[in-house]
Design a protein around this ligand. Structure first.
Ligand code: PLP
Length: 379
């Protein structure tokens, strides 16, 4: 098997999570909305426990967690769910996930004014630009708290304060921050926040939107049907997925410190190893305000897709985000940081995860160096 270093795209499931999910695939197969028999009650109990686990991990109340199918859906619910709000004005950063950019485009079609705010060359939101954008009354600000491509971790408190001081709500995509940096949603005062289980060694196909309690009456469902999730998200709940999310959330927080140290140490040693053999190698994103494990690297004068292709059967790497590589589009994130087309083509993303070993990372580093030097010789 190749060495898996694409943990910002997805993570392997933790065996303890898989084990926790098993009962929901086997005996407890009921529909949690079935209120008339034990099968339904048991499934409802599993969902209740998982909701409490996710809420405990994020330091909010269980009622503030709405389960969705993905974080893409959570981002859609957060932004399109506020479409009826006034004033019809959204402010978002230039490095958002495609799901937020898609919502901005949709809200634009619905008559909203959608304003994109620049980031600096390290990927931090320009607070002066955000402040000027908020001079006009704004309903909601949406910011990616931890970027999936370059790893930059924003100053969440400063952004929340700024939005609130202009009477705007703030939504944060915290998918890549969960399990990597401590998050206390209650204390932070964020209004809405999106999460995904498969980024924290949980199953795919389950996400969550945190909705601050007082805001709930303002949010409209975007998937209509039954009264699931308090009327905010219709559709039978994915019980095994939700159970897995609960367990993964619990492990991600109790083991956060050790995991973060492990990923940071391995990523730093990989970076040093690569820098030692590749003069001019550039690390994108912020030098210190970054999520552990992420490395966005620009290789001097080499098309990074060639490195990725040559190593595909040995080391799993990616150019940008999984969503973008699927669409073969250039990275809007790298562009927003000021990289030119040639630099974007020379960039690859490495995501070290908590299950990677020191030996794997050292071997991957050696293979990347060998491949880079071989390609350089030919060019
Ligand atoms: N937001 C960020 C920052 C992500 O990295 C991802 C995953 O690629 C998503 C949202 C979407 O998550 P999901 O795969 O659950 O739709």
């Amino acid at each position: 098997m190749p060495i898996y270093l694409d943990n910002n795209a997805t993570t392997p499931i933790d065996p303890r999570v898989l084990e926790a999910m098993r009962p929901a695939f086997e005996g407890v197969f009921g529909n949690p909305a079935s209120a008339t028999h034990a099968w339904g009650w048991q499934a409802e109990e599993l969902v209740k426990i998982a909701r409490e686990q996710v809420a405990a991990a994020l330091e909010c109340t269980p009622e503030e967690i709405i389960f969705t199918a993905t974080a893409t859906e959570a981002n859609n619910l957060a932004l399109q769910g506020l479409a009826l709000r006034s004033p019809k004005r959204l402010v978002y950063s230039a490095i958002e996930h495609k799901s937020v950019l898609g919502c901005a485009a949709r809200l634009g079609q619905l008559g909203w004014e959608c304003i994109e705010v620049a980031v600096d060359s390290s990927g931090l939101v320009d607070l002066d630009a955000l402040s000027s954008a908020l001079q006009k009354p704004t309903s909601v600000v949406s910011i990616i708290g931890a970027n999936n491509e370059v790893g930059t971790f924003q100053d969440l408190a400063a952004l929340i304060d700024l939005a609130h001081s202009h009477n705007a709500l703030i939504h944060m995509d915290l998918v890549q921050g969960f399990g990597k940096v401590p998050l206390s949603l209650g204390r932070l005062g964020v209004d809405l926040a999106s999460f995904s289980a498969h980024k924290i060694n949980g199953p795919k196909g389950v996400g969550a939107l945190f909705v601050r309690r007082e805001l709930r009456p303002e949010l409209q469902p975007i998937i209509l049907g039954g009264d699931h999730e308090g009327g905010l998200r219709a559709g039978t709940l994915n019980v095994p997925g939700i159970v897995g999310f609960g367990k993964a959330a619990q492990l991600a927080t109790t083991e956060l410190e050790g995991n973060a140290k492990h990923c940071s140490r391995l990523a730093t040693s990989l970076l040093n190893q690569l820098r030692g053999s590749i003069p001019g190698l550039a690390l994108n994103g912020h030098a210190t305000r970054r999520i552990p494990g992420n490395l966005s690297l620009t290789f001097p004068q080499i098309d990074a897709t060639q490195i990725i292709a040559k190593l595909a059967s040995q080391v799993a790497l990616s150019t940008t985000s999984a969503c973008l590589s699927a669409g073969h589009a250039g990275s809007h994130v790298l562009r927003a940081l000021g990289l030119d087309q040639a630099q974007i083509r020379s960039t690859l993303r490495i995501g070290v995860g908590n299950r990677n070993t020191e030996q794997e990372v050292a071997l991957a580093g050696q293979k990347i160096v060998e491949t880079y030097l071989a390609l350089k010789l030919k060019s």
